[in-house]
Design a protein around this ligand. Structure first.
Ligand code: GLC
Length: 489
């Protein structure tokens, strides 16, 4: 473990530069904690046309990088920003990335995502090769980076630089697989011999995620419960068998929290800081949040929150179904989200109907997200499935108690409160139905009505420790296993 590892962490999204889901938070925090462990970490993402990237002090480190895409050599450039202990490299290609969104808009995915991410994957490898950057581990995340392990074992197999480079592929959500028609294979420059069910083809399509699963040296996901779930037919989104076949190299490491960013004691986004030993500031945060959403309520009225990307995964269907009844309970509700237009419209309609009880903002900027995390009493996480989930982990630190569905990482991190033992950190329900969800909310509200009891539950959550330090060490171990596999150990 003493040898200094060189890690290239590759992601299509990194907070705060571009974010469509929680994997962006992982990409902005895990590399930092790996660097704290003494690793040399470089991070790669596309250079989207976003103010968060354009306002950075960027250094152009390669003006012209020629990237093979199909028969063409496509010109790209590479920019670098130094962020604390890590360098972040932005791969630029206006034709592919000068767009505001990562994968598409609320109306649908971009039609050239195959080309965009083939380009990105090869550009990362070409750049490393060009500048001869030492690299022990290339850590890929989700389908948009899944072809790197494929390229390492094909086009780049005989390149000296990568002789001892192992690939690690993290699955943050197997529902998104990057499925394209067979013709997309042409973009990769690989021949049709690779398009077999044991390699790149899957149900007749070119499936990026599956390709990454087959070709990576080591595979992991973000909670052990989710790892189990996705190996079953019911929850495997069709890739269960492929995952089961890779079980010898398939691990799980739960995501951590960056407590330098998510911390009620020093959060700059909230109106008052507070801690487990002095909760006064939380009341001010609640008042501030109500005001932010144009709501008013007595301090004892429970304030519920829902913060999420608006997709069916996050339980929007049962939340919306439960909405009328939820609002009839004596509560206020704030919703922060962005995503599927269908859900935005439905939430908007509820808000218009109950303007004094519910507030909604289609905005997931850090300022508001932190305000909601701190100001609410209860956060609702009725996910259909949840590989890890970060909202509940953030909420704990702010004394905001989750009502969550027992699935994936939620099941693993929210300890169901029991009246008998008076122990637990949240309220949990199993069945994916609005009735089961409402029952758990009602149980939470009845505990909320007893301030002393409620404080006990808040404090139990605030004392939980989900820091990255622990998980980053597990990644260090995983990297060493990957190297041992790659180097035939
Ligand atoms: C995806 C998953 C979420 C997980 C995140 C980071 O967004 O849906 O559960 O926390 O990735 O791994």
């Amino acid at each position: 473990m003493n040898q200094k590892l060189h890690v290239s962490y590759v992601s299509a999204e990194i907070s705060p530069f571009a974010k469509s889901g929680e994997s962006a938070d992982v990409a902005s925090s895990l590399p930092k904690y790996l660097a704290h462990l003494g690793m040399e970490v470089s991070v790669f993402m596309p250079k989207y046309r976003r103010p968060e990237i354009e306002s950075l002090p960027l250094e152009c480190v390669m003006k012209e990088l020629l990237v093979p895409v199909g028969e063409e050599k496509v010109k790209g450039s590479v920019y670098k920003a130094e962020l604390g202990k890590c360098d972040v490299y932005f791969i630029d290609s206006p034709r592919h990335f000068w767009r505001e969104d990562v994968y598409g808009t609320g109306k649908g995915e971009y039609l050239d995502n195959d080309e965009r991410f083939v380009f990105f994957n090869r550009a990362v490898l070409e750049y490393l090769l060009e500048v001869k950057m030492p690299v022990d581990i290339i850590h890929c995340n989700n389908w948009p980076t899944a072809l790197i392990p494929v390229f390492l074992k094909t086009h780049y197999l005989n390149k000296g630089l990568f002789k001892n480079t192992a690939s690690v592929f993290t699955l943050h959500n197997v529902a998104y697989q990057g499925e394209f028609p067979p013709e997309s294979l042409a973009l990769t420059g690989l021949n049709w011999n690779y398009f077999t069910p044991s390699q790149l083809s899957f149900n007749g399509q070119f499936n990026f995620l599956k390709a990454g699963v087959i070709f990576s040296d080591v595979l992991n996901t973000v909670s052990s419960a989710y790892k189990r779930e996705i190996q079953t037919e019911k929850n495997g989104w069709g890739v269960e068998e492929i995952l089961r076949n890779r079980k010898n190299i398939f691990y799980s490491i739960r995501n951590g929290v960056d407590y330098e960013v998510w911390n009620s004691e020093k959060d700059p986004y909230i109106i008052a800081n507070y801690s487990a030993s002095n909760l006064k500031g939380k009341k001010k945060c609640k008042r501030d949040l109500l005001q932010e959403f144009g709501l008013s309520a007595s301090p004892r009225t429970p304030l519920l929150s829902f913060i999420s990307y608006l997709s069916s995964q996050k339980g929007l269907d049962i939340l919306l179904e439960a909405m009328e009844e939820l609002i009839q309970l004596r509560v206020r509700l704030v919703v922060l989200g962005k995503g599927d237009e269908k859900y935005e419209n439905m939430l908007d309609a509820v808000q218009k109907k109950y303007p004094r009880k519910m507030g909604v903002k289609f905005d997931l900027s850090p300022g508001l997200t932190h305000k909601v995390a701190a100001g609410a009493d209860i956060c609702l996480i009725p996910s259909l499935y949840e590989p890890c989930g970060l909202t509940q982990l953030y909420s704990f630190r702010y004394g905001t108690v989750p009502v969550a569905r027992a699935t994936g990482g939620l099941r693993e991190t929210v300890k169901p409160f029991s009246l008998k033992t008076q122990k637990g950190t949240g309220f949990v329900f199993k069945e994916y139905s609005s009735q089961a969800f409402l029952k758990a909310v009602k149980m939470a509200l009845s505990c909320y009505a007893e301030p002393e009891l409620w404080e006990k539950i808040m404090l139990a959550g605030m004392q939980e420790d989900f820091s990255w330090q622990i998980s980053a060490r597990k990644y260090a171990k995983l990297y060493h296993s990957a190297l041992a596999i790659k180097r035939g150990g």
